[in-house]
Every structure is written in structure tokens, then in C-alpha cells.
Design a protein around this ligand. Structure first.
Ligand code: AMP
Length: 400
């Protein structure tokens, strides 16, 4: 179990538990929750605690509030969770204020209290030890189930762990699952292992690419980042997205791939348009023939077919980053088709990153893939091989 203190290792019976969740869900202008996946993902841990007769304090951040405002209140989250688990969820008016403290101390076995938005407290993002101490004082057990913020040293994620020992802090089920999937990918993927990367920038995924390269059998590069690689091969890419300063780095990756025997695939054709807008004219062009003033905004049909062949024999697929500007319908086909092919494959399929999860949901494939990570940045950092500040304190210490 990857050396993580599991919730199953802890005596939870009738304890007061503090669960750091990631309820940072998207909302529309009327504060309606548009995707409640993160709330649903927290339920197994909450139910397990209920089964152990715990009293439960839930804490999360939501958005990036500059000050306390109803716009960032966790009220809609508490309501949605309450509907999902068919049980009352109390909401505190503050985080460590009078109301939260009172409600927390009066909480009985089987009751659930949600604190207000953690980021209403300035100390949260500063990893403030005093705030962490106040939060810790509310409960006997600390459970981290907030994978999406584990790459951040925040008070409720890192500093708080200093107030609990190895018998009173642990990872919840969601966090364990996230860590397991990422470490299986890195340590023992079933082969052939194909990584599919896309999205806008090479820079955001450079470290992940470098770390993954010796581990994968094939690498498919699509999306905006493919153009820096095409440019590195001497293609004229018109006005397509380019990170000039990374051309050399892209060349190195292609070269290193060759040395390692990793097959690297780039788009052979693109959907090109003079501008990135829904009403622009568009055409399919070979990657060699992008007109000077046009830009590539999606992979073309030949690339889609090629990539389909490439993943056909995969046993493990990791996908991070859309193949094109999927937010605009006419440039979304490449991403949607890749989603279908990846989800139809017999491989273990792991999806990382919010945009990619969005594509998979839009394509109607969310139930067909093996695992969709709830944390974009955090999942990328795990794949990059980094130790995350929220996960490190939960590792089982090995004494010599
Ligand atoms: P990232 O956050 O790096 O994963 O990038 C996701 C974004 O990349 C999405 O908003 C896409 O619209 C964008 N994207 C994908 N392909 C392209 C492209 N060919 N040109 C410009 N942007 C793209």
C-alpha cells in the first residue's frame, strides 16, 4: 500500500475525526454546482467514519476568496453532500471562530459538521501553525482525503499533521486510491504503456514528460504542445502555439526517446484555422502544410486514425491534456474521438487533469475509464516523481 498510513490502520471507533476534503467544485454564476464529482468522491471515507460511529468534521477550501464572502460559502456543498448521503450536514458560520468551535465540541457520534471555507482564514495558504493548531484541537483524528491540494503546503494539509502522531493521522480512501494509481503507473505499469499528452504548453508538462519517458513504451503528443515538437523537427507551423525557448528541449526529448527505444508520435495532420474562434473557417491540412497565417487547433482525422492504431495494443494508458481546443465544438473532435478510443480499449486507463476529465465527461465516457484523478496539479506532480507535502507526513516511518 505504498507506505501510507491507511484509514483502515487507525482505531476510529466513536472518535471525533477531522477530514480534509477537496470540495473545490466548479459553480455557475448562480452558484449551482456544475460538477459534483469531488463531493461524490469523498463519500466512501465519510461513510466509513459513520460506520465507525465517528463524529465528523469536514473542511475544504472553495475557489480563491480574497475576503469572506457568501459567494465562496460552502453552503451549496453542504446541501449537495446532504442530498447525496441522505443525512443532515451542519454548516458552521466560520472556520475556527466561536460558532465552529461550539458546534464541533457539541458534535455527537454519527453527526456531520462542515466548517466554512478554509481560505476565509488567511493562515490557510501560509501553512500557518497557529491556524493548524486550532483546527487540530477540534478533533482526535486527522484524515486527509483532499488529493487535489496535496501538492500545496497549506495549514489544513501540511502544518496540521504536526499535531497528530502516526496512530491518529491517516489517508482517506480517495487519497489512497489516487496515490496507488499514480505509483502503479510509475512503478509497475502493465505493458505496453502508452502516455497520451496534450494541452496548451510543453512547459507545464516538461517535467512529467522527462520522468515518464524511460517508463513508457509509446508517447503520443497532441494539443497545442505538439507544435513546439513539430517546429523542432523543422516544420512550418504558421501561427500555431509555440514555445520558442523550449524547441531545444523538445529536440532533446525526441532524441532521448530514440535512445530509449520509446516510439514518439506527433500529429500528421491538423485542423487549421486563421483564428481560434467558433466562426472561423477551417480546413484539414497535413502537418507539413499549415498555411503561414493559420494555426493548428486540433489534430486532424489522419492523426486520429494513427493514434487509434498506436493505443490498440496498450495495456496501460495515461492521458493528460486535450488534443485540441475542445472548448470550441469544431476543434473538439480529436479530443472526443481519443476519449472514445481510450475508454473503449482494454487497457487500464488513467485520466489526469481537469480539462481532460472534462473532455471524457463531455464524450460520455466517464464511466468507461478505469480512473479519473480528482487533482490536476497534484496528479501531474506525482507523475513527475515529486514527494507532495500533504502526502509525506502520512508515510509510514521505517525505523532502522
Ligand atoms: P493545459 O492546461 O496545459 O492542459 O491545456 C489545456 C488547454 O489547452 C485547453 O484549454 C485547450 O483549449 C488548449 N489547447 C489544446 N490544443 C490547443 C491548440 N492546438 N492550440 C491552442 N490551445 C490548445
Amino acid at each position: 500500500m505504498d507506505n501510507i498510513i491507511s484509514i483502515k490502520d487507525i482505531d476510529l471507533n466513536q472518535k471525533k475525526v477531522f477530514i480534509r476534503c477537496d470540495f473545490n467544485v466548479p459553480q455557475d454564476d448562480f452558484l449551482n454546482i456544475t460538477d459534483d464529482r469531488r463531493i461524490r468522491s469523498a463519500i466512501p471515507t465519510i461513510r466509513y467514519c459513520l460506520d465507525n460511529k465517528c463524529s465528523i468534521i469536514l473542511a475544504s477550501h472553495l475557489g480563491r476568496p480574497k475576503e469572506i464572502s457568501s459567494k465562496y460559502s460552502l453552503e451549496p456543498i453542504a446541501k449537495r453532500l446532504s442530498n447525496l448521503i441522505n443525512k443532515e450536514v451542519l454548516l458552521a458560520k466560520d472556520v475556527i471562530g466561536e460558532d465552529a468551535k461550539k458546534k464541533a465540541s457539541e458534535l455527537k457520534s454519527g453527526e456531520i459538521l462542515m466548517l466554512e471555507n478554509l481560505r476565509f482564514e488567511k493562515g490557510e495558504t501560509k501553512n500557518d501553525e497557529n491556524l493548524a493548531k486550532e483546527l487540530a484541537s477540534m478533533a482526535q483524528i486527522y484524515i486527509n482525503d483532499a488529493f487535489g491540494v496535496c501538492h500545496r503546503s497549506h495549514a489544513s494539509v501540511e502544518a496540521i499533521t504536526r499535531f497528530f502522531d502516526d496512530k491518529t493521522k491517516c489517508a482517506g480512501f480517495l487519497l489512497q486510491k489516487e496515490i496507488n494509481f499514480a505509483s502503479n503507473l510509475i512503478k509497475h505499469p502493465t505493458r505496453p504503456f502508452v502516455a497520451v499528452v496534450g494541452g496548451s504548453k510543453v512547459s507545464g508538462k516538461l517535467q512529467a514528460l522527462t520522468n515518464l519517458l524511460p517508463k513508457v513504451d509509446k508517447l503520443i503528443i497532441g494539443g497545442g504542445m505538439a507544435f513546439t515538437f513539430l517546429k523542432a523537427q523543422g516544420f512550418n507551423i504558421g501561427n500555431s502555439l509555440l514555445e520558442e525557448e523550449l524547441i531545444e528541449e523538445a529536440q532533446k526529448i525526441l532524441q532521448r526517446g530514440k535512445e530509449l527505444g520509446v516510439k514518439i508520435y506527433l500529429p500528421v495532420d491538423v485542423v487549421a484555422a486563421p483564428s481560434c474562434s467558433a466562426d472561423a473557417v477551417m480546413k484539414f491540412t497535413p502537418a507539413q502544410e499549415i498555411p503561414s497565417n493559420w494555426m493548428g487547433l486540433d489534430i486532424g482525422p489522419a492523426s486520429v486514425r494513427l493514434f487509434k492504431e498506436v493505443i490498440a495494443d496498450a495495456q496501460t494508458i495515461w492521458w493528460n491534456g486535450p488534443m485540441g481546443v475542445f472548448e470550441i465544438d469544431k476543434f473538439s473532435k480529436g479530443s472526443i474521438k481519443m476519449s472514445h478510443y481510450i475508454s473503449e480499449s482494454h487497457a487500464t486507463t488513467v485520466i489526469g487533469g481537469g480539462d481532460t476529465a472534462d473532455v471524457v465527461a463531455r464524450a460520455g465516457d466517464a464511466d468507461e475509464v478505469t480512473f479519473i484523478s480528482t487533482g490536476g496539479g497534484a496528479s501531474l506532480e506525482l507523475i513527475e516523481g515529486k514527494e507532495l507535502p500533504g502526502i509525506k507526513p502520512l508515510r509510514i516511518k521505517v525505523y532502522e
